[in-house]
Design a protein around this ligand. Structure first.
Ligand code: ATP
Ligand code: MG
Length: 228
């Protein structure tokens, strides 16, 4: 394999926005393979409970299976401790020592957060970044806030805007609304079969729910909305 793209995300659940951006990046940058890497323990998503890594990995597999240029990796799921992208990139470099190019694919909302990621100084030298457009987020202001070295490592890629988010899908399921055409059918079926994102059943008053009930607080602080 010569040219590899890494598509990191929480994928809770994976949706057509993720699939489109990966495919657009693959084509625009002549990537041989895009590897989807679901986060194990998202370092930036402690604020709310995330579905189990196995559920998120299963949905990622289901969504990507029909594209021969897509694959999924368990690398972050298997690694203990918080998920840091730098560790993942180094691992891919070890697995594929002869790579011609390594790209990390990210959305317009997440690209700024890279500045806050673990070992940022090393991270920017380990790979190049593809920042795709996302409805509601502007890429233009990026050049005003990041240093020249980082800018030099980022390529901007306009893609057709799909205003889809995992947050919205979770909310829809919780409210009993359809998620059809937002995510591939096998993912929709998996969510249904596994009962993901449903509201918790009412507990009898004499058995109040424990404090750690997995209520989705959907609004993570702005700027901390994504992984790794
Ligand atoms: P959540 O709402 O839970 O944050 P999400 O839809 O943002 O979920 P993530 O798993 O957080 O999905 O995102 C993984 C990557 O995909 C991020 O780089 C994010 O910017 C990008 N991304 C997600 N959805 C889109 C979209 N519709 N268009 C462009 N980029 C997207
Ligand atoms: Mg996100």
């Amino acid at each position: 394999m010569q040219r590899l793209g890494i598509m990191g995300g929480t994928f809770d659940p994976i949706h057509y926005g993720h699939l489109l951006m990966a495919e657009e990046a693959r084509q625009a940058f002549a990537l041989d393979q895009v590897v989807f890497v679901p986060n194990g323990r998202p370092a930036h998503k402690k604020a709310y409970l995330v579905s189990s890594p196995e559920d998120r990995y299963a949905m990622t597999l289901l969504a990507t299976g029909s594209n021969p240029c897509f694959s999924c990796s368990r690398i972050e799921i298997e690694r203990p401790g918080p998920s840091y992208t730098i560790d993942t990139l180094r691992a891919f470099r070890r697995i594929y020592p002869d790579l011609d190019a390594l790209y990390f694919i990210t959305g317009a909302d997440a690209v700024l957060e890279i500045l806050t990621w673990h070992e940022y100084d090393h991270l920017v030298r380990e790979c190049r970044f593809i920042a795709v457009t996302r409805p509601g987020f502007v890429l233009e202001r990026l050049s005003a806030v990041v240093d020249a070295e980082f800018l030099d490592r980022v390529s901007f890629l306009p893609i057709p805007g799909l205003e889809i988010s995992s947050t919205d899908i979770r909310r829809r399921v919780r409210e009993g609304r359809s998620v059809k055409y937002l995510t591939p059918e096998p993912v929709e079926a998996y969510i249904e079969q596994q009962g993901l994102y449903r509201p918790l059943p009412m507990m009898p008053a004499e058995h109040p729910p424990a404090l750690e009930v997995p209520v989705y607080s959907e609004e993570t602080p702005e700027g901390l909305k994504n992984r790794p």
